[in-house]
Design a protein around this ligand. Structure first.
Ligand code: ATP
Length: 358
């Protein structure tokens, strides 16, 4: 049985705004699920409905097969870490961690054992006597996570918990949270707008846009098998390149660049005559120079960004812009003309109207 089931969940706010549409998801015990999408797509609203902080307008939510729509937050056995982690400023790290358990009247020895254990997992043992103001942002964030994991909960909900940290701290905390998840085994739902966080942490990702689920899948599935233009463009950095054209004589044509659709679609190509298609390829899905079983693309180089492990090359293809990711040793000269190849299997085609993958 699924640990958590969301069946046809909708959220309509009192002002009439329909923030979440028909959300369906089954989550297994111990899974690490990430909700990802741009600002305002309904990630936090969905998480808050799971937490019991926001009522469900329509649909059913089940925990271990039991309908939980009307259960209060405590009854649901969930712990939540928010974007803004308010620690009690006048309490030490120890007391911040212990506070929830103290309120519940848990025995002091038991509290001490739990605090020490959480502190050990989070690397806070040396800071237990400190006040929050004497901690770095990353350490404070760890205390906030610690407060949630110290309670024995079955479900761990996190809403952009790393957004207040700098880039380096985010990378560290990312792996710490993954580690904590492994140790506690708690079912976890993690909300972020950062696709890198989603890709590195999730067992499965739910991509959302405008209150609708776009796709649910493993990081691999979303990267290699996106269902539409939105998912294809959202997962991957730099994003996938898109070129749009109407199919004429079985080809998409951009200046002197001609993509013969038969190469990619075989006899199916005929079906798309006169239709608008989106031709997608990832920056890393190309090879410089000529290749067999690939589309040949002449382009001019407008800008290069050497990033160390690779170079982003901004090119112009018949007045359309694209980004290529190349080995830094192969970085072309700015203003030079190059030829690159897109192996047929690295090409993604989408319906220009529905934006769905074909
Ligand atoms: P962010 O990453 O910016 O937090 P999000 O994906 O988490 O975005 P939500 O906070 O779930 O988005 O909000 C979804 C939509 O619902 C937004 O358009 C938001 O303006 C709207 N919304 C949120 N709370 C309310 C409310 N109390 N009343 C009306 N509309 C709301």
């Amino acid at each position: 049985m699924a640990h958590l089931s969301l069946v046809g969940i909708n959220k309509i706010y009192p002002n009439g705004f329909h923030a979440v549409h028909d959300f369906n998801l089954e989550i297994d015990r111990g899974e690490f699920i990430v909700f990802v999408g741009p600002s305002g797509c309904g990630k936090s609203t969905t998480l808050r409905m799971i937490a019991g902080l926001e009522n469900i307008s329509k649909g059913d939510f089940f925990i271990n097969g039991k309908r939980a729509n009307e259960m209060g937050p405590r009854e649901r056995g969930v712990a939540m870490v928010f974007q803004s982690y308010a620690l009690y400023p006048q309490m030490t790290v120890y007391d911040n961690l212990a506070f929830g358990l103290t309120l519940q009247g848990v025995d002091e020895d038991v509290i001490d054992e739990k605090v020490q254990r959480a502190a050990k997992i989070l690397g806070l043992t040396d800071y237990l006597d400190r006040m929050p103001r004497a901690l770095s942002g990353g350490q404070r964030q760890r205390v906030a996570v610690g407060r949630a994991i110290i309670r024995k909960v079955e479900v761990f909900l996190m809403d952009e918990p790393l957004s207040n940290l700098d880039a380096k701290q985010r990378v560290t905390m990312r792996s710490e949270i993954t580690q904590i998840h492994r140790e506690t085994g708690a079912t976890t739902i993690y909300v972020t707008h950062d696709q890198t966080e989603a890709m590195t942490m999730a067992d499965r990702i739910v991509v959302m846009k405008d209150g609708y689920i776009q796709q649910i899948g493993t990081p691999r599935e979303l990267y290699f098998d996106p269902v539409n233009v939105f998912v294809a463009g959202f997962i991957g950095e730099p994003p996938m390149n898109f070129l749009k054209d109407v199919v004429k004589d079985g080809t998409l044509t951009f200046g002197e660049v001609v993509f013969d659709l038969k190469e990619k679609l075989g006899n199916d190509a005929a079906k798309y005559e006169g239709k608008e298609l989106v031709f997608g390829f990832r920056p890393e899905g190309i090879v410089l120079g000529e290749r067999e079983k690939a589309y040949r693309v002449p382009a001019s180089v407008e800008l290069t960004e050497m990033l160390g492990d690779n170079t982003n090359v901004y090119v112009d293809i018949a007045d359309k812009k694209a980004i290529l990711k190349v080995d830094p040793h192969d970085t072309p000269e700015i203003d030079s003309d190059i030829v690159f190849s897109i192996p047929f299997e690295n090409v993604y085609l989408f319906d220009g109207e529905t934006e769905r993958r074909i």
